[in-house]
Design a protein around this ligand. Structure first.
Ligand SMILES: NC(=O)c1ccc[n+]([C@@H]2O[C@H](COP(=O)([O-])OP(=O)(O)OC[C@H]3O[C@@H](n4cnc5c(N)ncnc54)[C@H](O)[C@@H]3O)[C@@H](O)[C@H]2O)c1
Ligand SMILES: NC(=O)c1ccc[n+]([C@@H]2O[C@H](COP(=O)([O-])OP(=O)(O)OC[C@H]3O[C@@H](n4cnc5c(N)ncnc54)[C@H](O)[C@@H]3O)[C@@H](O)[C@H]2O)c1
Lengths: 207, 207
């Protein structure tokens, strides 16, 4: 398969290309674009070979063409359907965020097990009981399962998702999930990000 | 200064060491630990040189000793004080998350400009008007400013933080902040994470 790091860099290239396009930049060399995100020109070209070998046209790339191509490949023009389990603080923030919708990622159903939450509205959806999850997944096509339940139940909820056909999970729970090899998992560890900032600050203060 | 990537990897080592310790593993070689996070043994040793050159003791490292040392360096034993601006969906989720508190990161004040939000309780704090931010920062020591306001106002709020002494910002707003070189910024782009997962899924389906 493709190296995880490539998959992690492509959205970053996309974001920089969007900004360059908004600033009216028409062309950029692989060295310049690589420098924006911290990779060598040859690493960048190697990364781009995964999107169908986008060739350089004269001096570097045409920003808008590469942006277009990357958007397609990153699925920005396809409706990507997400379900979410764990309609708590973080879950509600994610479902209410229209930034994801603008990129083509749509929440189609939300589940929880707390009677106080079930039946309440989040965005345009009503929270359903998590016991309905297997039925839902067997009736409707879903691309990604988002896991925002407490760490104590993350493993079992992830297993329910996978047993009912989910092949990709976006998890915020601070546990290592143990799932079959064919399941793609993306862990977002918010605390890693905060810790690395705190460390950089601490290190700088010691200089 | 230190390379950003090192600062980003150290919390990941920490997380793996905690898990190893919980599983009762006493020693690990630099090659094994590196493999857990996807770096070579020599990269790992280079990374560890930033925490005061933690030496290998016989076969590899003692897991608990390295975990201890990394925790100190990542500030887990120090109260790190955070303020947050933008007490909306995401801001409230972050303030209410006790995972950060357990790691030693404490929110000390929250600010917003919405009359409907100001004065309401989030966690144990009352949301203050963002006009109070300069006074607050000049009266109390704060380590990190967390930015969870809409992208349209992110730059101006970040500037207010910096003008009043904040040296490190954790930003969730999808804009490139333009700040003086001495300010450390950690952008958490949730959409990058989701996009990389969607791409891996798309790529796999095409195989
Ligand atoms: N809030 C943050 O900023 C943050 C940061 C890092 C990690 N996390 C992680 O994200 C997850 C969610 O955090 P949160 O702050 O939203 O917590 P929360 O307690 O507000 O939300 C958890 C939700 O999951 C529901 N739930 C519990 N068991 C369930 C089950 N078996 N099936 C379905 N739903 C169930 C609860 O009823 C609740 O609504 C946690 O694993 C947390 O460790 C959160
Ligand atoms: N919610 C998510 O999952 C998510 C994901 C990715 C990025 N983000 C980004 O995080 C930020 C917050 O997202 P959200 O979903 O919590 O939005 P939100 O609209 O729920 O919260 C924004 C808050 O900022 C406050 N605010 C606006 N202008 C202000 C000012 N000048 N001073 C102080 N407070 C001000 C608003 O009153 C509101 O309470 C946004 O930049 C968003 O793009 C959010």
């Amino acid at each position: 398969g493709m190296p995880l790091r490539v998959a992690q860099r492509l959205p970053v290239y996309l974001r920089h290309l969007r900004e360059l396009s908004e600033m009216g930049v028409e062309r950029i060399s692989s060295a310049e674009l690589g420098a924006l995100i911290g990779v060598t020109s040859s690493q960048l070209k190697q990364d781009l070979s995964y999107i169908g070998g986008f060739g350089q046209q004269g001096y570097g790339f045409r920003v808008d063409d590469l942006y277009e191509k990357l958007s397609q490949v990153l699925g920005l023009d396809q409706r990507c359907k997400l379900i979410l389990v764990g309609a708590g603080n973080l879950g509600k923030a994610l479902v209410n965020y229209d930034g994801f919708r603008r990129l083509g990622y749509h929440f189609v159903a939300i589940f929880d097990n707390d009677p106080a939450t079930i039946g309440s509205r989040v965005g345009v959806m009503e929270v359903q009981h998590v016991d309905e999850l297997p039925n839902y997944l067997r009736s409707y096509r879903v691309d990604i399962g988002v896991l925002t339940v407490p760490e104590t139940v993350a493993q079992e909820v992830a297993e329910t998702m996978v047993e009912n056909g989910i092949k990709a999970i976006w998890s915020f729970a601070p546990v290592q999930l143990r799932l079959p090899g064919h399941v793609l998992v993306e862990h977002l560890h918010l605390s890693d990000s905060l810790m690395s900032l705190a460390f950089r600050l601490h290190y700088r203060r010691q200089q």
